[in-house]
Ligand binder design. Structure first.
Ligand SMILES: *[C@@H]1O[C@H](CO)[C@@H](O)[C@H](O)[C@H]1NC(C)=O
Length: 292
């Protein structure tokens, strides 16, 4: 009989990852969220720093559910002091390296090949323009160190611009151009751009051209509607059916991380993904169901 999933449709289908720090907030623990993501049809998950969840517990859940952990972050540092990553923060190099080592150990234990190396914030009391040069130099030195450490593990490090207009006014790395320039200066093949289209739209817009021109640098993409940061099909200024087609036509083969705040029940809000899968000739249950 005819194959259920024509190969040409599967080959160009985007692969989605459920961000467990954002999706399934109704479930308290990461392993339970991971299992819910698997039941929803996801083939991959990602999380920010997996606080409170030992690596063996997440690994066991991923093995049981048969899906991959594809992205983790370096730890934020001292959140009470307002830190949100340490990569570009002068004077915090030792803490950055310790955090990186902890992230690598965790990633190795769960089989995760990518680590987002968080840049961090302009220190309180400092003016961005006055410290930008020193922060960039710190970031470059830390990124070179990270590239060496990650190369030993066959892992990729990612830098992500986070918008400083709305979400995080003091975040150091805030545009795709700044990230691309820094990656070029660092010059290591296992460091890539993590492009969250939510942040990119707020800072720069011009998404089609930015995706086209930065595609060779991109190691991971994340999505959320703008400005609400909810489901891709919630009201907002981004046209995700168009963006998905663009990514397919550009031949993007990485993951698309779903890093949004569900408006209500996470599963009910995944209609956009079930429609996407159906449009690719998959069952509404997603790629996992196709192979079962
Ligand atoms: C749009 O993005 C491209 C690629 O990053 C850039 O070359 C171009 O100057 C941008 N256009 C505007 C109007 O910002």
């Amino acid at each position: 009989g005819a194959p259920r999933c024509p190969a040409h449709l599967l080959a160009m289908a985007l692969r989605f990852s459920a961000n467990l720090s954002w999706l399934f907030p109704e479930l308290p623990a990461l392993p339970a969220r991971l299992e819910a993501a698997a039941r929803a049809g996801f083939e991959a998950v990602e999380a920010a720093w997996p606080e409170g969840c030992p690596a063996p517990a997440l690994h066991a859940a991923a093995e049981r559910a048969g899906l991959r952990v594809v992205l983790l972050n370096t730890p934020p540092g001292d959140k009470e002091r307002g830190e949100m990553g340490l990569g570009a923060v002068p004077g915090r190099q030792d803490a950055f390296r310790q955090g990186l080592a902890a992230a690598v150990q965790y990633a190795r234990a769960v089989g995760c090949p990518r680590i987002h190396l968080m840049a961090g914030r302009v220190p309180q009391g400092a003016e961005r323009a006055a410290v930008a040069g020193e922060m960039e130099a710190t970031f470059i030195e830390n990124l070179r160190h990270a590239a060496d450490v990650l190369a030993q593990e066959d892992m990729v490090g990612l830098v992500e611009p986070i918008n400083s207009r709305i979400t995080d006014p003091r975040y150091f790395l805030n545009t795709p151009h700044q990230a691309a320039a820094i990656l070029e200066k660092v010059g290591r093949p296992n460091l890539r751009l993590q492009l969250d289209l939510f942040h990119c739209q707020i800072m720069d817009g011009n998404l089609s051209r930015n995706l086209e021109s930065y595609l060779p640098l991109i190691g991971h993409i994340q999505i959320a509607q703008v400005p609400g940061r909810h489901e891709p099909d919630s009201p907002g200024e981004l046209n995700f059916p168009y963006i998905f087609k663009l990514l397919e036509s550009l031949g993007y083969t990485g993951y698309v991380g779903c890093e949004y705040a569900p408006k209500g029940d996470t599963i009910e809000g995944l209609g956009w993904l079930r429609s996407y899968w159906e449009s690719k000739g998959m069952k509404p249950g997603g790629p996992r169901k196709a192979t079962e």
